[in-house]
Design a protein around this ligand. Structure first.
Ligand code: ADP
Length: 965
């Protein structure tokens, strides 16, 4: 019977394989390398499911994906497992998957042993080490060859594997002595990387600030929550094991908004490597900039890419490259700004041969996927929008770069100004203007603000509010400080430099249209950019453009390019009427075609080549368009109209203002129309769609209450869900600016963002329309709470707050206590997973004693212990409002249980008590059971994972079904 069943099962499996043949083939080949297929073959061979002759018939060539697979010769001899494998060849076969892994790092040694023992010729070695083979393929070819040479060769190999195992870690760099030439090349590479990373790159020619002097740690976070993670993520964790989600992949992505410091972080990584201060595991580091790779027109091989774009070996290029191919784990590639590459990521064209030439983007995509140079670590940076699911599949992990924390802002400003009094003044004015402090969360804005300290200090408090304000400040700073003193009396500063602004504006605008961030002298000439314009400092010369002799330029930062594009849109007489509406239609769009059509429609200097390039432009441009649109809003704000006098007819400006207002209002309507009708009995809820936060920020840039009011006048929801929207302090400022005009109160759900204390402060203006505020997992400390509660106490509508998983301690509980004392309509307080102890519980108890309204109290995952439980219980003993109370995971023992029993005895309202994961024993539970005898309204007491034996649990369950385990 058993046999029959096995037979049916295997038949069924075969049928399944046949049925899903296409999917299986796809899965085996879609990675672009033969690796998946070969790994499956290893397993089949090892398990005896595939006989050797059939294995030889299966064609696994490097070009497998192009030639197609010939699986026809493969007969799966189900049930024909080999007898006990006892010859050396059989051992090699049976443990093939394992040996393939082991041999990868020590092919050279194994070959040496086989040559020395006379089993292998140099021809054999060459065949094994063909450059088209990945290290794992080399290992397989080695095993195949050994098998063909007979048992004695197999014995030699087995002995070699055993020996290397005994000497431990053949992959360890310390045991590996690279050839002399490789070490010389390393020296040259180090000095080149060091030279390129020594000065902070964006300061370009403007100021020579060494990276060591100015570098300030930004906040790094894993994109996927990692439960074992301890402490903050450091630079070295990028290439460490922490947070790995896909062991097979070797690409790490660092994602962050424009200006969040991605390039600077890579630069830091390069410098630390070059100084031999960190990243010691890597013998070679090859840095690439996607911006520069855009200019590479030729087809290159990986070898040419490395040597021509990074560092040229003076001698023995072939040997050095072979060394690189043979030791992938000692190599690190970095690619900065994947979002700036003209082509979007695709895994259609596959390559696995490092000597084969291909267009650079194809090389890059194959490197990222690991079909080329498997095992080499690659660190790639990009803006988040440019990373689609296709790319995510190939990531080992994703690290988010969140920008500067408030203390990093402080540290940056102090480093930036050698004069401590200036630094103190700058910091003082930032403290006085928290909207501006919020903007400084983004390092590029922090740099601008700090750079323009004279203007900053000259400004009245609070006059710099928006991103546009900050960029106007740098515009003024550069225009006025780098040109001769005012020549024409009576002209506004923009008017005086209008030509420069328009030339640079056109260059920026057309550049964005063609995904172009590096400009040739011809590009500059076409837009009329003169030497004088260049001297203003917005353009810096691109270092290292290898392709040509002529000079190339780029904007100080991509956001500055967007700013100039926006200036051009509002000031140029060439701008078409449709430009602004088209710019705003882009919201939430991720299809390439629409994006290109924007530029096709708007570019006045269209040329056929530009068109072809625009066709290739992608969704990646949307972030740039969105930033540009935000600047357009900001520049058209009433506050800045005086700047455009004599630069552009006021009627034109007004027309553009009207256009923008209409677009914003239309954009918001679209969002509201998509809100589904609520299910009966549920609240009407809106979940932010892509583009919602951006629209809010655009409205904020306008700084006009009326526009904000109009925008939300038709929004009728009970609950606004903005979870995982990358909301930081700047977004909070904008949200509060708009939402304060809502007509009826809402629940505002901001869980899983980066609100922080600065963001909390920014939310205060809209607190009066919040009936509940959810700020779970947002990096908030006691300081933020102190400000929040001071305001919340005055807001009648405010009834619920959830602060699960923040950084709260006993220092915040006095504020909640005051809130509970003052607000007799407050309903829910959830403080789970913070760091509150018995002392904090005592303070809360002070408030709870007086409060008559609280229904939900959640303290899960704190450390209040017995003493805390006793204090809370005594405060809540006679509560007539509390319905739900959680002390899960708080180290509560029998004394706590005894005190809590009093609430059960006396409270007329409590329905649910959560005591899961504490240390209550049978004695403690007895108190609860006794108390329940007096209580008929209590529904459940949760007691799972306390200190009770199975028998005790069984017995207790019988005594009262309301005790739940
Ligand atoms: P991104 O690549 O994310 O657009 P950049 O790395 O170019 O951002 O940063 C823009 C500017 O912000 C830099 O030129 C520098 O002035 C400043 N900056 C960014 N990160 C840091 C940092 N960690 N320390 C000091 N300054 C920084």
């Amino acid at each position: 019977l058993m046999e029959g069943r096995l037979w049916t099962e295997s038949m069924f499996a075969q049928e399944l394989v046949l049925k899903q043949r296409t999917e299986i083939l796809d899965a085996l080949c879609s990675s672009g390398s033969a690796e998946h297929l070969e790994r499956v073959l290893d397993i089949l061979l090892a398990q005896g499911e595939l006989v050797w002759e059939d294995y030889l018939n299966v064609q696994v060539l490097p070009e497998v994906q192009q030639s197609g697979l010939t699986l026809s010769g493969c007969s799966l001899t189900v049930g024909q497992k080999e007898e006990a494998q006892n010859t050396p060849s059989q051992t090699l076969l049976a443990r093939r998957p394992n040996f393939v892994n082991k041999l990868q790092g020590c092919i050279d040694g194994a070959l040496e042993a086989l040559v020395a023992s006379g089993h292998f010729s140099s021809g054999d070695c060459k065949e094994v080490q063909l450059p088209v083979h990945t290290p794992s393929q080399q290992a397989r070819r080695l095993l195949d060859h050994v098998r063909s040479k007979g048992e004695s060769a197999a014995t030699v190999l087995l002995r070699f594997i055993q020996q290397t195992q005994e000497c431990e870690s053949p992959l360890n760099q310390e045991t590996l002595t690279p050839p002399k030439e490789a070490l010389k090349y390393q020296k040259k590479l180090i000095s080149s990387v060091s030279a390129h990373s020594f000065f902070l790159s964006t300061y370009g020619g403007t100021s020579h600030m060494s990276l060591d002097d100015i570098y300030t740690e930004g906040e790094l976070e894993l994109a996927q929550h990692c439960p074992n993670m301890q402490g903050p993520l450091g630079l070295e964790d990028i290439v460490g094991t922490t947070g790995t989600v896909n062991e097979d992949a070797d690409t790490v992505l660092i994602s962050g908004e424009a200006g969040s410091g991605k390039s600077t972080l890579l630069q830091r990584l390069h410098l630390l490597w070059a100084q031999r201060a960190a990243f010691h595991d890597f013998l070679f580091l090859f840095p690439f900039s996607c911006r520069k790779l855009n200019a590479e027109q030729r087809e290159l091989s990986v070898q040419e890419l490395l040597f021509q774009h990074c560092c040229w070996p003076d001698r023995q290029q072939e040997e050095i490259f072979q060394f690189i191919v043979d030791h992938p784990h000692l190599i690190l590639f970095t690619f900065d700004g994947l979002d700036e590459l003209k082509q979007s990521f695709s895994d259609e064209h596959r390559l696995c041969c490092p000597t084969q030439q291909a267009p650079v983007h194809i090389l890059l995509f194959n490197l990222i996927q690991g079909s080329l140079m498997k095992g080499v670590w690659k660190v790639v940076t990009s803006r988040p929008e440019a990373v689609g699911p296709l790319l995510k599949k190939h990531l080992r992990k994703e690290v988010l770069l969140k920008g500067f924390s408030p203390s990093a802002v402080d540290c940056f400003v102090r480093k930036h100004h050698s004069d401590p009094t200036v630094a103190a003044k700058v910091l003082q004015s930032l403290q006085a203007n928290t909207a501006l402090l919020g903007l400084c969360h983004n390092p590029v804005l922090c740099w601008i603000v700090s750079r323009c300290h004279t203007e900053l200090l000259g400004c009245g408090e609070g006059s710099l509010l928006t991103m546009t304000d900050v960029y106007l400040m740098i515009l003024q700073n550069f225009l006025q400080h780098q040109s001769a003193p005012k020549s024409t009396v009576g002209l506004g500063w923009i008017q005086e430099h209008l030509k420069t602004v328009l030339h640079l504006g056109q260059l920026a605008f057309e550049g964005l249209g063609a995904t172009c961030y590096i400009f040739s002298s011809t590009d500059l000439e076409t837009c009329g950019v003169t030497e004088k314009d260049i001297c203003m400092g917005f353009l810096i010369q691109t270092k290292d453009m290898l392709s040509t002799q002529s000079k190339h330029y780029e904007f100080l930062h991509v956001t500055i390019q967007c700013f100039f594009a926006a200036l051009y849109i509002i000031l140029s007489s060439d701008t078409q009427r449709s430009t602004i509406p088209k710019l705003f239609e882009m919201q939430g769009v991720s299809e390439t075609c629409l994006c290109c059509s924007f530029f096709r429609a708007c570019l006045t200097h269209d040329d056929p080549q530009g068109c072809v390039e625009a066709e290739e432009a992608r969704a990646v441009e949307i972030p740039n368009l969105q930033i540009t649109a935000m600047f357009v809003c900001g520049l058209l704000s009433q506050r800045h109209h005086h700047l455009w006098h004599h630069c552009c007819p006021s009627a034109t400006i007004q027309k553009r203002v009207n256009q923008v207002s209409r677009c914003l209002s239309k954009g918001m309507q679209k969002h509201f129309q998509s809100i589904p009708q609520p299910v009966e009995g549920e609240k009407k809820s809106m979940h932010a769609m892509p583009g919602f936060i951006w629209l809010i920020k655009c409205i904020y840039e306008m700084q006009e209450g009326k526009i904000a009011k109009d925008a939300v006048s038709k929004l009728e929801v009970d609950h606004l869900k903005l979870t995982y929207c990358n909301i930081g302090p700047v977004e909070c400022t904008a949200l509060a600016f708009v939402l304060q005009h809502l007509r009826s109160p809402v629940g505002l759900e901001l869980d899983n963002n980066s609100v922080g204390d600065v963001g909390v402060e920014q939310l205060l203006p809209c607190m009066h329309i919040c009936n509940s505020l959810y700020l779970r997992n947002n990096n908030i400390t006691d300081e933020g709470i102190s400000r929040l509660i001071t305001k919340a106490i005055q807001c009648d509508n405010f009834r619920k707050i959830a602060l699960f998983n923040n950084k709260l301690t006993d220092a915040c509980t006095q504020h909640f206590s005051l809130l509970l004392k003052t607000k007799q309509n407050f309903l829910a307080l959830r403080l789970g997973n913070n760091n509150i102890t018995a002392e904090g519980a005592r303070q809360l108890a002070e408030g709870l004693k007086v409060n008559r309204s609280l229904q939900h109290l959640g303290l899960w995952g704190n450390r209040i212990g017995d003493a805390g439980a006793v204090a809370l219980a005594s405060a809540l003993e006679h509560s007539k409002s509390l319905l739900w109370f959680s002390l899960v995971g708080n180290g509560v023992g029998n004394a706590g249980a005894c005190a809590l029993a009093n609430i059960i005895k006396n409270s007329t309202s409590l329905e649910e008590l959560w005591l899961t994961e504490n240390c209550i024993t049978k004695t403690g539970v007895e108190y609860l059971i006794q108390a329940l005898e007096y209580n008929t309204h209590m529904k459940s007491i949760w007691l799972r994972n306390n200190e009770l034996s199975l028998e005790e649990v069984e017995e207790i369950k019988k005594r009262d079904p309301r005790l739940i385990f």
